[in-house]
Design a protein around this ligand. Structure first.
Ligand SMILES: [Fe+2]
Length: 441
């Protein structure tokens, strides 16, 4: 289809099928003026809408009169026109026609870390932000820098947090809506009798990720330290994606097992009110691109294997292979050189990416002097992704990373600032090779 300007000169060629598709989303004539939502159904439209005329007006908006279209909500059933403002057309040019949408959001290249690397970042003031800078709208650059560091490393510290119970909510809401779970919108991590969760005891808590049995799995976890004067109780963190790449490089066969063998997780409360189940491979990859999306490791909430098919439990069977691979993976995660150990101080709040960063805690002493109290909350994957995407849009008006651009001639090209998953994979793998001493950094 050729779109003409007022003078009749063709200004742009459009693929009719994409116009139909986009019109379905941006049918502005019938959109409710304020909400921007559609007030008709796709089934009201003809299968093959035809354009009677189209022109680009002086203010840059596109006006189309449809030939054969009627809709049930249209007052005039014989003639229907659509007008798209210039800003909408620009948005399409940068986004919809090129396939760039929030659902295609490509994350930033991650900074993978072991203990030495993460501590070096901290010593350079990276991954640390004051509460004032995080919460104040007067210093957006500081907040955006910290959010970027969170996207890349999966672990940041907010410091100088007031000693108030509701501060963790305020910190989380700077990113977006908090994720409510059956633990509540916020929850307390402190030792209590007859605890329903091992986190609420004083015992050693091995590396794990939270709520692997829950959908959606919370993406970010925030823990604000209100008191930590007990002996012990140091927090432990390990980068699961770094360990996954190390498995891929050093033990490719075992790595493969961890990417396809599904491990069941569950939670059943004693009163029967909460019963959740889900299963995930230990290392989750994008099947098409092989990009490592994250890890799933939560021994306390692992459910019994219930797959009684031949070869599961025999020596050399599937379960035996997974156990072998999982043991190597865990040893990598928990080795001292890969684990960051920190005793949180009152006034500190950690924010970490639960899809990738495993956390745990050393045993702490109770009953005598001292107290330990952390207040936590979660942010969902969707809210975190939307916040990262919004930050990119605010920075330069459009997402920095383009994916694939299909030209009007049908040829696919890659945008100059593309950062697709193949490139991410190569770069992230190189980081881990350097850490393993297999490559110069
Ligand atoms: Fe936890």
């Amino acid at each position: 289809m050729s779109v003409s300007s007022g003078s009749g000169v063709p200004v742009q060629s459009l693929d009719p099928s994409s116009v139909v598709d986009d019109r379905d989303y941006h049918y502005n004539v019938s959109d409710e003026e304020h909400s921007g939502q559609k007030n008709f159904s796709t089934v009201d439209l003809p299968v093959t809408p035809q354009v009677r005329s189209a022109k680009l007006t002086d203010d840059g908006s596109l006006s189309v009169i449809w030939k054969n279209e009627t809709t049930t909500t249209s007052e005039d059933q014989s003639i229907h026109s659509s007008v798209w403002p210039a800003a909408t057309l620009d948005y399409w040019a940068d986004n919809i026609l090129t396939g760039e949408r929030l659902s295609n959001f490509t994350p930033a290249k991650r900074t993978l870390w072991n203990r030495a690397k993460y501590n070096a970042l901290l010593s350079h003031g990276i991954c640390r932000i004051t509460h004032a800078d995080w919460t104040s709208s007067s210093n957006p650059a500081a907040f955006e820098r910290a959010l970027d560091q969170l996207s890349k490393t999966g672990l940041i510290f907010v410091t100088d947090v007031p000693n108030k119970e509701d501060e963790v909510e305020r910190i989380g809401q700077r990113i977006g809506m908090l994720q409510h779970t059956f633990y509540g919108t916020t929850w307390d991590v402190k030792s209590k009798p007859r605890a329903e969760n091992v986190a609420y005891t004083s015992q050693f808590l091995g590396l794990h990720q939270d709520l692997m049995y829950h959908e959606p799995i919370p993406r970010l976890q925030l823990l604000h330290c209100l008191a930590n004067s007990c002996e012990g109780g140091e927090s432990l963190f390990s980068d699961g994606v770094r360990a996954a790449y190390a498995m891929q490089i050093e033990h490719p066969e075992l790595y493969n097992v961890l990417t396809w063998f599904s491990v069941p997780f569950h939670y059943r409360s004693k009163d029967g009110q909460h019963h959740y189940e889900a299963q995930w491979p230990t290392i989750e990859i994008d099947r098409k691109t092989k990009y490592i999306k994250g890890t799933h490791w939560a021994p306390p909430f692992q459910a019994p294997f219930r797959m009684p098919f031949p070869g599961l439990v025999e020596k050399g069977g599937f379960l035996a292979k997974w156990k072998e691979a999982a043991a190597v993976f865990h040893a990598m995660l928990a080795s001292p050189e890969n684990m960051v150990k920190v005793k949180l101080k009152p006034g500190e709040c950690i924010i970490f990416d639960n899809s990738r960063v495993l956390h745990g805690r050393n045993e702490f002493k109770t009953g005598g002097e001292g107290d330990r109290w952390l207040k936590g909350t979660y942010v969902s994957p969707q809210v975190f992704t939307a916040r990262q995407y919004r930050m990119q849009m605010e920075e330069d008006g459009r997402p920095k990373r383009r994916i694939r651009l299909r030209g009007m001639d049908g040829k696919v090209t890659i945008g100059g600032d593309q950062n697709d998953t193949t490139r991410l994979l190569k770069s992230e793998r190189s980081q881990v090779k350097a850490m393993l001493g297999l490559l110069e950094d």
